[in-house]
Design a protein around this ligand. Structure first.
Ligand SMILES: [Zn+2]
Length: 370
């Protein structure tokens, strides 16, 4: 029989801290949030470049941006009043011409991992669509190799582990998407850990990609899928799970699923990769009362916090945590710890690495609460 201590309990073999007993309303100070070790599962490479990095990439690519810093940010960032997911996604077009060489992709991956380090992220998965980076002759495999090289370099310089996910874009033709399958046969690098489908969910339902996902999952590749990010697309969440996804990108529309469907997600420990700033910008929700983060957390669904796009959403993981603490002052340090343990369990890494992270996080959160 599993012994349950006072401060911890077990679910499916994993120890999670208890929800705090006393629900004091207490917005956490930014300096406390800064000390909290974090896991980030959902971060797009092309949407997360720092201003300095964008300028360096342009210089390397011999592209004269002829813009002030403010003008660069205006092009790269989505405004607060973005109309929908498609308008949000259009902001990525600005940086893509800068990300067409091995050197620049390596540099970009390093830059995003570096920023995560500043957020006290100890484990991050950075995703990108290699098909977007072939305009100057890179192959799909070379694009992936460049990104994992940048992540490996960042691991040497910063106290974090960084892995890569390959994305297919839903709006791309199926024959182009099918070429991504061979990336997993050809690139043998421990940093390449999973697959995602991103892009236009409004016009391309998840079910369209069943055969492609079958080919990916039969290779033992772990899958997270963007789903339930736009109004009335909860069906995509259920289809994603059926097709083998253990994590869902955003999954906001989980709130519209039935009790039985939500219970199935709890039982399967499906992780929702939520990103508050982005979720409002893409109009997944328009007011706080509709945002289901806390409601789903209270039900036992494995929600996690992410930036989605540091640059496009003008955010950091620190800011996302501050936002959640301000919106839900009763969401305590122990609650933040718990969603990080959820993220560790959902990470595309081996059991030994997960256990080491669980232990490290438990100790560091304990130290903060002392
Ligand atoms: Zn995303």
């Amino acid at each position: 029989m599993i012994r349950v201590s006072d401060s911890k309990y077990f679910i499916f073999g994993t120890i999670y801290p208890k929800n705090s007993q006393k629900k004091e309303r207490n917005v956490l100070k930014p300096e406390i949030i800064a000390q909290m070790p974090k896991v980030e599962l959902h971060c797009h490479l092309d949407g997360s470049l720092s201003l300095n990095c964008i300028k360096q990439l342009a210089k390397n690519a011999k592209i004269n941006l002829e813009m002030t810093d403010e003008e660069i940010l205006e092009k790269a960032q989505a405004p607060e009043n973005t109309r929908n997911l498609l308008e949000y996604l259009a902001r990525f077009d600005f940086v893509l011409p800068l990300l067409q060489t091995y050197t620049n992709l390596e540099l970009a991956a390093y830059d995003v991992a570096r920023q995560a380090g500043q957020d006290n992220v100890k484990y991050i998965e950075i995703r990108f669509a290699p098909s977007q980076h072939l305009l100057e002759g890179l192959s799909l495999e070379e694009a992936v190799e460049a990104v994992v090289a940048g992540l490996a370099r960042a691991e040497k310089d910063f106290d974090l582990k960084a892995n890569a996910l390959v994305c297919g874009l839903k709006q791309e033709p199926l024959e182009k998407l099918n070429k991504l399958v061979s990336v997993f046969d050809k690139v043998r690098d421990e940093h390449l850990v999973g697959f995602d489908m991103a892009g236009d969910e409004m016009n391309f339902p998840q079910i369209k990609f069943r055969d492609l996902l079958g080919k990916i999952t039969m290779r033992g590749v772990q899958v997270t899928l963007h789903a339930g990010e736009c109004p009335d697309c909860e069906r995509n969440i259920l289809d994603s799970i059926k097709m083998g996804a253990s994590r869902i990108g955003h999954g906001i529309m989980t709130k519209n699923l039935s009790k039985a469907e939500q219970e199935m997600m709890i039982e399967k420990q499906i992780v929702l990769e939520m990103a508050p700033t982005s979720n409002f910008q893409t109009k997944a929700v328009t007011e706080l009362a509709q945002y289901p983060f806390k409601e789903l957390y209270d039900k036992g669904i494995h929600v996690t916090l992410n930036t989605d796009n540091r640059c496009v959403s003008a955010t950091t993981l620190q800011k996302e945590y501050e936002k959640i603490s301000a919106w839900y002052p009763e969401f305590s340090l122990a609650d933040f710890e718990k969603i990080n343990h959820y993220a560790i369990d959902g990470a595309f890494i081996g059991q030994v690495e997960k256990e080491a992270l669980h232990e490290r996080f438990s100790k560091e959160y304990q130290k903060i609460s002392d």
